[in-house]
Design a protein around this ligand. Structure first.
Ligand code: HPA
Length: 269
């Protein structure tokens, strides 16, 4: 384990009673899942050695330990984005810390722009695959402790978890889409031509997060499950001005449904 991770993990371990089984990363406007966690302890990022501090509105910046769906979870309320100026090593640092704390699964949520013409604002999408247009977070000196130099990405989003999540959504009568999430740097939203390009290359949604964390988790062999809330549409004829406030508003409105799916899926793991 690298010295920095060791420091961070040791600090966290002095504050928690039990190790978490599931790591959860909450996206823009999606921090409300925390209301359903029976919180054991919540640690602000700025108190954790080596932890980056999140700077974006709608991301509050706390590590939350507690129980959700009867399991011990660790939720990141607020994540780190490349567009904030963090090096990729910092963006994925929390996932490596989570692994050292013992997580067996990683759950991720985000807000994104839909480029699939069948999608509507407020829809939920189960991510089945991604296209990474951010710098790869594993570029640089290889540390074999984290896994292979050339990690496989044929099963980035665990197929079994996708099947179970779809069954849960059906059972709970929640409409879900499924598809490919493309990660781009941001922080600009897309031009109409860029949205068109993302659709042509095979995307269903586009956003500025998730993929670095999933790549880091997959290198370490952690199965991942991710969902996206469609907060705006990059579909010809439906493109309107996008603001961060609108993204937060739509995400907050749809998050109860996503929380139900996450909670139930965690319960049956
Ligand atoms: N593009 C990129 N990121 C986003 C979008 C979008 O349209 N909506 C929410 N996050």
């Amino acid at each position: 384990m690298s010295e920095t991770i060791k420091d961070t993990v040791n600090y966290i371990k002095t504050h928690i009673q039990v190790n978490p089984e599931i790591g959860i990363i909450l996206g823009t406007g999606l921090g409300g899942l925390v209301r359903d966690i029976k919180i054991e302890i919540s640690i602000p990022y700025n108190e954790i050695p080596h932890f980056p501090v999140s700077t974006v509105e709608g991301h509050s910046g706390k590590l939350i330990f507690g129980k959700l769906g009867g399991k011990n979870v660790l939720a990141m309320q607020g994540r780190f984005h490349f567009y904030e100026g963090y090096p990729m090593s910092q963006v994925i640092f929390p996932v490596r810390v989570m692994k050292s704390l013992g997580i067996k699964y990683l759950f991720v949520s985000n807000a994104s722009g839909g480029v699939n013409p069948d999608f509507e604002i407020g829809d939920l999408m189960i991510i089945t695959d991604h296209i990474n247009l951010l710098p790869n977070p594993l570029i640089g000196k290889h540390n074999p402790e984290f896994g292979p130099r050339f990690p496989d990405m044929s099963d980035a989003y665990d197929k079994n978890l996708v099947i179970r999540a779809k069954a849960i959504a059906k059972e709970l009568n929640i409409k879900v889409q499924e598809g490919v999430y493309t990660a781009t740097t941001g922080p600009t939203f897309e031009t109409p031509s860029e949205y068109k390009y993302f659709r042509i290359i095979g995307s269903d949604t586009v956003g500025m997060s998730t993929v670095p964390e999933v790549i880091a988790a997959r290198q370490m062999g952690i199965p991942c499950f991710a969902m996206s809330i469609i907060t705006d549409l990059g579909v010809p004829g439906k493109i309107v001005e996008v603001t961060h406030e609108e993204v937060q508003k739509v995400a907050s409105a749809a998050e109860t449904k996503m929380t139900k799916i996450f909670t139930r899926l965690i319960e049956i793991l």
